[in-house]
Write a protein that binds this ligand. Structure first.
Ligand code: FAD
Length: 285
């Protein structure tokens, strides 16, 4: 199973690092063990009720798919012989999606580390509130040593725009370093006790002011954990043909990884690899 789509790092002639594509790494996914349900299921056995076969399904599903299926089947105590067996799980999930029974998708959570997205991306991504947790690169704690930039696709395709981009990020990196140096000198001269602060506090004070000169095209690494319902809503909006291309590229890669880990929960998307779009007939499940 593929869990990462990596992106190359480029450098301007002056050495400023930048990325032209986003990278995405799936670092956590559900792990399901139904075996403990045995005594619970068997205790229902009486005339006309036999749930014992539930744990003997010969078709093994991906953990996240199995988790959501179990959750859905628990709603109707649908554990008997006449339930949807795993062999028919694809139909089962189409029904779930078609009926908008999206709460069962909330049980499966995935964490993706995304890099090579810029600050505009993270600013828009964190607007997706329900079902997500975010941890985003801090421009207060992180200084110029790990500063990287992101080149939009329009600039990559045009020699003049590309040249301007390289000059601009060289200038931004140099200006950031220069500003940080001047701020540090100014604080040392004007703030009694600054030199005695812990080094992290000194760095934070300098970085939080120096970041004022950084452009939107500065890279912002983000760790995103979300449940499948939340991921689906975000992918619907951000991998749509109407979304901004770099953001679409990120959502598209995230979907590719999620689809590998939970094939049935994301099976309904029609993918356009060339334009990096994904659409489904099941909206806002
Ligand atoms: C193409 C595009 C352009 C955009 N342009 C702009 C713009 O110009 N300016 C701007 O400010 N934003 C803009 N946005 C952001 C947009 O308005 C949403 O904030 C963002 O897409 C998050 O969507 P959401 O609220 O559905 O997501 P989530 O926060 O993940 O919510 C998912 C769903 O849960 C429900 N929900 C979540 N929170 C609540 C709540 N508090 N109360 C009731 N129901 C809730 C809603 O049904 C919601 O759709 C844009 C988004 C897109 C995709």
């Amino acid at each position: 199973m593929r869990t990462a789509i990596h992106a190359d790092v480029f450098h301007t002639p002056a050495g400023t690092p930048y990325l032209r594509q986003p990278g995405a790494v799936l670092i956590s996914r559900p792990q399901v063990d139904l075996s403990g349900l045995g005594p619970f299921l068997e205790a229902f056995t009486r005339d006309g009720v036999d749930f014992s076969s539930y744990l003997e399904d010969p078709v093994v599903l991906a953990d996240a798919d199995q988790l959501a299926k179990l959750a859905g089947q628990a709603c109707y105590m649908s554990f008997g012989q006449h339930r949807s067996w795993n062999e028919r799980a694809a139909d089962y999930f189409r029904n779930i999606l078609a009926s908008g029974h999206g709460s069962v998708l909330e049980h499966a959570n995935f964490t993706i580390v995304t890099y090579g997205g810029d600050r505009s991306y993270t600013h828009e991504a964190v607007r997706h509130r329900a079902g997500f947790a975010y941890s985003q690169e801090s421009q207060r704690y992180v200084d110029g040593k790990v500063l990287r930039f992101v080149e939009r696709i329009e600039f990559q395709a045009d020699a003049e725009l590309h040249g301007l981009f390289e000059k601009r990020i060289d200038r931004a990196a140099a200006e950031y370093d220069d500003l940080a140096e001047r701020l540090r000198a100014s604080y040392l001269a004007s703030r009694p006790g600054f030199v005695d602060l812990p080094r992290t506090e000194q760095r934070k004070a300098v970085n939080q002011a120096a970041r004022a000169c950084l452009p939107n095209e500065t890279e912002a690494v983000i760790v995103t954990t979300g449940n499948v319902r939340a991921w689906r809503n975000t992918i619907e909006l951000r991998a749509s043909p109407h979304a901004d291309r770099p953001i679409r590229a990120i959502a598209f890669r995230q979907l590719l990884l999620l689809r590998e880990a939970a094939p049935l929960l994301f099976a309904d998307y029609r993918l356009d690899h060339e334009n990096e779009t994904a659409e489904s007939e099941f909206r806002k499940v």
